[in-house]
Design a protein around this ligand. Structure first.
Ligand code: GLU
Length: 317
């Protein structure tokens, strides 16, 4: 059995009004015929990545697992880039296989000069088939770089070099068609798929912020991810509202900076990380707010209570 290719949509498949299916996508890739493994194509609903749901992504994970159980050495998923840093992490959290699960897409559509989709698809297929990529979980292959789903970010609205891993750098590269894995991410045990939905809001603090905005956003939510300033700070005026919220639901503290960790015990001023943690906020560690939201929603969807959430963030944050 060949590498399983699942296509979802996004810029990689947008040829004007027409949508390229997997057969058309692969036909446009010079060099694909040199792969040892053929691609077994399964076209899924061509939904824009901004409209993907957790349920759709988890269904792809299930189909990908089934393909691996049936003998596929690896899996490639093509989708839009807009939510790829989140879908890749969600897939990574539930992926229980050694086989590589590789996501890719494109920033320049097939009608433009120099579309990047064909090169990305070829590189992704090479990684999906590569022995050194086994056991690394979900990967994002773009611009001949291999990124861990846990760390990768979309950092530019149009650049073909948009995907970077600010905290770690890429795990490896595809060089002259050869897959070079230079470092391996720490892997945690796969999480069970959720059995219920959960509402998790993301709130980013801003200059001269207002507690009423936070309180209004949190109404009706099951949990909140807070993207604080720097190492995990908020305006002092938000602290009573956050303390009240953290007494009622999990509130995970992350940094809005996009790289680095929130701290635990360096600052003690009003609105500092020390004060927020003393009020019961959960330390999000190095997790980017978008990824923290994915993890929190997955945990709550399988019934995790506050202590289980805190333990999971201590392990994965
Ligand atoms: N906005 C579209 C999506 O995320 C296209 C983005 C892309 O493929 O780069 O599906």
């Amino acid at each position: 059995m060949g590498i399983a290719l699942f296509t979802l949509g996004g810029t990689i498949s947008m040829a004007g009004a027409a949508r390229l299916d997997g057969a058309a996508l692969t036909a446009a890739v010079p060099g694909l015929e040199t792969l040892d493994e053929p691609l077994d194509i399964q076209d899924l609903e061509p939904v824009g990545s901004g409209s993907l749901t957790f349920a759709q992504v988890l269904a792809v994970a299930e189909s990908a697992s089934a393909a691996v159980r049936a003998g596929a050495p690896g899996v490639v998923i093509t989708q839009g880039t807009d939510t790829l840093e989140e879908t890749a992490y969600l897939l990574d959290l539930v992926w229980a296989q050694d086989a590589p699960l590789v996501l890719t897409g494109a920033m320049r559509n097939p009608t433009l000069a120099g579309p990047d989709g064909p090169a990305n698809l070829l590189a992704a297929a090479r990684v999906a088939a590569a022995a050194p990529a086994r056991g690394l979980g979900a990967l994002v292959v773009f611009n001949d770089e291999i990124h861990a789903a846990r760390w990768v970010r979309k950092t530019h609205s149009t650049s073909t070099a948009t995907f970077v891993s600010p905290d770690t750098g890429p795990l490896g590269h595809v060089i002259e068609g050869r897959v070079r894995v230079l470092t391996a991410p720490v892997r945690c045990a796969p999480l069970p798929p959720p059995t219920a939905g959960a509402r998790v809001a993301l709130y980013t603090v801003t200059l001269d912020d207002d507690p009423d905005t936070l309180t209004a956003l949190a109404a009706g939510q099951d949990a909140v991810v807070l993207a604080g300033f720097g190492v995990g700070h908020v305006p002092a005026v938000l602290v009573p509202a956050l303390a009240e919220l953290a007494a009622r639901m999990p509130v995970v503290l992350t940094s809005r900076t996009g790289a680095g960790s929130v701290l635990r015990s360096t600052y003690r001023s009003p609105g500092s990380e020390t004060e927020l943690l003393s009020h019961g906020l959960i330390d999000g560690g190095l997790l980017h707010p978008y990824k923290a939201r994915v993890l929190l929603r997955l945990l709550l969807g399988s019934g995790a209570d506050r202590d289980a959430v805190a333990a999971a963030f201590a392990e994965r944050g």
